[in-house]
Design a protein around this ligand. Structure first.
Ligand code: TXA
Ligand code: MG
Length: 326
């Protein structure tokens, strides 16, 4: 464990030098937070059991939750797992990008078994963010990277969010500005050749189904349900209570609005997308939840968000934010 990282670190602006230094820290088994197009990741050498263990420790994360392995190129990814045909097709179509594929590990997969949390599968993603790819290329190792927040809290979409939550637990934070998508990657697993949607995310279900030419099944319908990804009900919880599908706002509540029809509100209020654009709403979701939570209101009322496109992932995160706390 990295006991030396106790002083809060300042985020490094991303450039050739800081990316090279961050890559060296990763190779040295240290924790480095870095930007991806979805959210900031808490990176560690995926082939180093101690480094992977220190990720769980830093996040206070339940150990049964497996991690996503990030690599810089599709070729590198394809060597770590056994990809059924539909997985190859999705890799070809969506990598680099906000898609994670869960496939069986190869026999000689160098990734720590701890990263798979005892499963014989591995979750892999090739991020599209240029700083992430540069860092992964310079590190030259597969890197586990859960979202860079303490377990159960809202995912970070800015370097400052990482510093607030984990600043004293990482060796470095690479600042690449705000994350463009703002929601975690979509996770697709396979029951043999049958593709399953394990987590709604940055690529809408519809786009994946169009690429596959078939619908994505739900894990409940698989003969053996894969370990549910991040399915703790109260994942992503702010301190405030969250009230969904609010058509009106109570006295003393904050409002997280969506679209042009904003109910009257006498407390703090932010609009995910005044024009009703789901892409804009996804990008704003986590940082607006943080901002409203920071006002110390007891409850955040959230306007209804449609279930189409990225709305499926947005509503999934909102339902978890609203779930009773464990
Ligand atoms: O966008 C993202 O995916 C971000 C950025 C940093 O890349 N990462 C991320 O990682 O969201 P994390 O650790 O917060 O979420 C990983 C999810 C978990 O919910 C986990 O259960 C699922 O991936 N997962 C990982 N390995 C799995 C496996 N072998 N089988 C099923 N689910 C798996
Ligand atoms: Mg997370």
């Amino acid at each position: 464990m990295d006991k030396s990282a106790t002083e809060p670190v300042e985020a490094w602006p991303a450039n050739e030098e800081t990316i090279a230094a961050a890559a060296a820290l990763l190779r040295d088994g240290k924790l480095v937070a870095f930007p991806t197009e979805t959210v900031y990741g808490l990176g560690a050498d995926a082939t180093d059991d101690r480094a992977v263990a220190s990720v769980f420790e830093a996040k206070d994360r339940p150990q049964f939750n497996p991690l996503i392995v990030h690599v810089d190129k599709p070729e590198t990814a394809l060597a770590l797992g056994v990809f059924p045909e539909p997985a190859k097709l999705l890799a070809d179509r969506f990598w680099p990008g906000p898609l994670t594929l869960v496939v069986p590990r190869t026999g000689d997969c160098p990734v720590s078994l701890l990263a798979s949390a005892g499963l014989d599968t591995i979750a892999i993603r090739v991020p599209a963010h240029p700083i992430a790819r540069d860092l992964l290329g310079k590190a030259g190792i597969p890197v586990v990277a859960p979202s860079a927040n303490p377990s159960g809290q809202v995912s970070p979409t800015k370097a400052g969010h990482v510093a607030d939550g984990l600043g004293s637990r990482v060796a470095a934070i690479v600042d690449g500005g705000p994350c463009e998508i703002g929601l975690e990657s979509t996770i697709v697993g396979f029951d043999g050749d049958v593709p399953l949607l394990l987590r709604a995310g940055g690529i809408p279900r519809e786009e994946i189904e169009a690429a596959l030419g078939r619908p994505l099944a739900s894990p409940e319908h698989a003969p053996v349900a894969p370990t549910a990804p991040g399915q703790l009900a109260s994942h992503y919880a702010p301190n405030a209570a969250v009230r969904l599908n609010a058509r009106e706002v109570g006295h003393g509540e904050a409002l997280l609005a969506f679209g042009p029809d904003v109910p009257p509100c006498d407390g703090p209020s932010l609009n995910l997308s005044p024009s009703g654009d789901l892409v804009e709403a996804a990008a704003n979701l986590f940082s607006f939840l943080r901002e409203l939570d920071a006002t110390s209101v007891n409850t955040i009322a959230v306007s209804p968000v449609p279930e189409t496109g990225l709305g499926e992932a947005i509503n999934d995160r909102l339902r978890r934010a609203a779930a009773p706390r464990h």
